[in-house]
Design a protein around this ligand. Structure first.
Ligand code: PMP
Ligand code: GLU
Length: 404
């Protein structure tokens, strides 16, 4: 029997997967910088603040004390306890320690939940604009993402009626973030209540509420967790993490509170996949949660100042439709009036072209709205110094003026 020689090749899952656009644009900015260009990267969503000292000290202490071994898969007991108390204190949510799973970032938390619940034939409703990775994570499970979109005219917020219209007998999950990455929109209590009441009518749908920007919220009312509403209380997974609110992106620590049967499934998946999260990060996270939120609110206040400044400066650019975001550290202007315009060399056909044009001509890294399911927009992160933001927006204004 003759064997036909075949080259090894990547799985169809990877071949069909798109690269994370946020990480790609951040890398493009690094490459241009390495070539000697003066690049201001507002592409990646990462606080520019350092992790507060008291949190770092806790990790150093854990290291010196030799806390360097494997930890229980869902997290160390004192962190599960601290997260459970945090959910009660900040969100009025009742998740017992055995309903909590700590992972290597909220990204893994979301993946665990998706793999625990979704499979081919299922649909997952995702609100657009959405965070880049939601789509690919859902697609990896074999399920189909169903996009429900909200444009600038509705402040990028999907309504309960839209959710209802998108539900089919295959809907298994509804996934969204508030405060939202990339729009910065924050759902009000009554908006969430209406959405909860719609989902509440369908007993087999799980709500996944990504609240990773919880502490970066500028509204007087603050954050509402959809899991507090009676109609979805028993089937809401609340996702959160340490990356944004505590400036701990590199520590890789996220968590969920979930119905126990879902938490158990995530624990099982994680046990085969990555095991417990980083040991000394978890010790530091206990201190982060238990020592007050002063440092987080200080960062939030600084972000708010920058947001106000950026909104003022961006609204001076002709053709930009810029709603004022109420949370997170992103601004998401609609720039569709530039489509079809040219500087004589480059014609802007869509938001991808616009983001590339800004990157290559103004040397400012931004991300196309296409990556977030909003192809009329681009995302700018204002997690940068005031001076950098001023200069970046001045450059964007200048290169936009060349388009006619
Ligand atoms: N959800 C949203 C909305 C995000 O913006 C991010 C990006 N940090 C994540 C989840 C993932 O967070 P982590 O860095 O903890 O994996
Ligand atoms: N969540 C951040 C962002 O949207 C970090 C990058 C990523 O994980 O995709 O830029």
């Amino acid at each position: 029997m003759s064997v036909v020689a075949k080259k090894p090749r990547l799985s169809s899952m990877v071949r069909n997967m798109s690269e994370s656009e946020t990480l790609k644009m951040a890398q493009m900015a690094r490459n241009l910088r390495a070539q000697g260009h003066d690049v201001i990267s507002l592409a990646i969503g990462e606080p520019d603040f350092d992790t507060p000292d008291h949190i770092k000290m806790a990790a150093i202490k854990a290291l010196t004390e030799g806390f360097t071994k494997y930890t229980p898969v869902p997290g160390i007991p004192e962190l599960l306890d601290a997260v459970s108390k945090k959910f009660k204190r900040d969100n009025d949510l009742d998740y017992a320690p055995n309903q909590i799973v700590v992972s290597n970032g909220a990204k893994q938390s979301i993946s665990n939940v998706a793999f625990a619940l979704l499979e081919e034939g299922d649909e997952c409703i995702i609100f657009a604009p959405y965070w880049v990775s939601y789509i690919e994570i859902v697609r990896m499970t074999g399920a189909t993402p169903v996009i429900v979109s909200a444009g600038v005219e509705q402040d990028y917020k999907v309504t309960a009626e839209q959710v209802e219209a998108a539900i089919t007998e295959r809907t298994k999950m509804v996934l969204f973030s508030s405060p939202c990455n990339p729009s910065g929109a924050v759902f009000t209590k009554s908006e969430l209540h209406a959405i909860a009441d719609v989902i509440g009518k369908y007993e087999d749908i799980v709500v996944v509420s990504d609240e990773i920007y919880e502490y970066i919220n500028y509204t007087d009312a603050g954050n509402t967790s959809i899991g507090t509403f009676e109609s979805v209380k028993d089937r809401t997974v609340t996702v959160n993490g340490f990356a944004k609110g505590f400036a701990m992106t590199g520590w890789r620590l996220g968590f969920i509170g979930a119905p126990k049967w879902i938490a158990d499934a995530c624990n099982k998946i994680q046990g085969q996949y990555t095991s417990g999260a980083n040991s000394f990060s978890q010790k530091a996270a206990v201190v982060a949660l238990n020592s007050g939120l002063e440092a987080s609110y200080k960062m939030r206040d600084e972000f708010r100042k920058r947001r106000d400044m950026c909104i003022d400066l961006l609204s001076e650019i002709p053709g930009f439709k810029v709603p004022t975001p109420e949370g997170a550290f992103y601004i998401f202007p609609n720039i569709s009036t530039y489509f079809g315009k040219s500087d004589g060399t480059t014609t802007i056909k869509n938001a991808d072209d616009f983001a590339d044009y800004v990157m290559l001509n103004a040397y400012v890294g931004v991300v196309s709205g296409g990556a977030f399911g909003a192809p009329d927009c681009f995302r700018l992160s204002y997690a940068a110094s005031e001076a950098q933001l001023r200069e970046a927006i001045r450059r964007i204004k200048e290169v936009c003026a060349r388009l006619s």
